[in-house]
Write a protein that binds this ligand. Sequence first.
Ligand SMILES: Cc1cc2nc3c(=O)[nH]c(=O)nc-3n(C[C@H](O)[C@H](O)[C@H](O)COP(=O)(O)OP(=O)(O)OC[C@H]3O[C@@H](n4cnc5c(N)ncnc54)[C@H](O)[C@@H]3O)c2cc1C
Length: 405
Amino acid sequence: MTETVVEHVDILIIGAGPVGMTLHLALAAGGQKSLLLDRRPRPAGGGASGSSTLGVREAQQTDPRALALSHGACQLLEQVNAWPTRAATAIETIHVSQKGGFGRTVIDRADYDLPALGYVVRYRDLAAALAAQLPPNALLDGVEILDITPADDLVTVSLRHAGQERRFETKVLIHAEGTPDDDPHVKVSDYDQHAVVCEVTPTPGHGKRAWERFTPDGPLALLPLGNDYSVVFTLPPAKADAVMAMDDDAFTAALQSQFGSRMSFSKPGPRSRFPLALRMRDTLVKGNEVWIGNTAQTLHPVSGQGFNLGLRDAWQLAEILLKNGVDRDHQGVSRWDESLSSYAASRRLDRQGSAFFTDRIVRTFSNDFGPLKLARGLGLLALDLCPPARHFVAKRMIWGARAWP
Ligand SMILES: Cc1cc2nc3c(=O)[nH]c(=O)nc-3n(C[C@H](O)[C@H](O)[C@H](O)COP(=O)(O)OP(=O)(O)OC[C@H]3O[C@@H](n4cnc5c(N)ncnc54)[C@H](O)[C@@H]3O)c2cc1C
């Protein structure tokens, strides 16, 4: 029997989703090499002569999600040349209201002297823009991870790729595999809600306005995307089953009844659904392993925080690893150990603040309890009438962590 050759990589990243790819590019911009691994296979005929990034890019073509990205996130992506300018639609105002209750507030970019409050892009366009920046050999796709063995100062990862077993030794293993399955280190709090996602055409046009409408079934978000709206229609699982099974006319009528009559909708595109839960990993760093993006925390999409937060994870980790890089001094691994602990500490406020903010919004607004409805209406009215309170909320949407006190 032949021994598997051990390959050495300073930094190994499992998961070439938007968070893993951003981390790779941010490290590369600082001169630090890393290798991305993704389980998604290259489609047949997709890469014999092409780049190895093609498979992941094409596999992501099927994801129907649109992401609302903050102004701050857009600035970070621009720094790695991965901002998909032509595929992005600006949000100039956000209208927040509740179905069947009074109170509403409008957040306007003009109050913040910004070109936009944020931008909307399809997940697949963002993934393609990031993948297009990856250098050749940055990614091994279609891999199956067979084993991960941590030791004192190295982690060994065994995997199968193209029918062959390979073994890597790495100084830092980063997990960016997205939402985790059952895992004793992840606390799960189910929302008993599913998000039905689809694109619809509004009449009149959207005027770059996003809508967040709270209904007893769950929040309804409309994000401007090209000439259309990307809809995130949140519902209890049984109602989501029914909505998924409707024909286009019935679906449009159901959407219209939740939204109201200010606008009419037509031409709904294909629908997809996502079960929703809050998933928080208990530790971000263990030995030489780090968890970032959705694998560290998966939030409800109501306030569009998930990828924005994951992007800040990737950015902060890259900055810390680059600052204490092995090639820049001779202490190497031990300095990385220290920096991994400082990474975990530096992310605490941002991740807990974002998770708490999102969770409170969902739980406060997703019910039909009379006194709460009144309190919500008063809250929305207060936000509208009190600029400092509105700015507090708006700044967190625009800047994320930088806006926490
Ligand atoms: C309906 C909906 C709407 C949303 N809207 C917004 C929004 O408006 N704004 C926002 O900021 N966020 C939003 N989010 C959240 C956002 O989609 C996620 O936070 C983001 O996609 C996380 O990126 P990621 O790279 O961590 O994980 P993913 O996008 O899940 O990527 C993970 C990658 O890891 C790979 N992988 C998984 N397991 C393995 C394995 N064992 N081995 C190798 N590779 C593996 C996968 O193939 C994939 O490529 C929304 C989410 C949903 C469901």
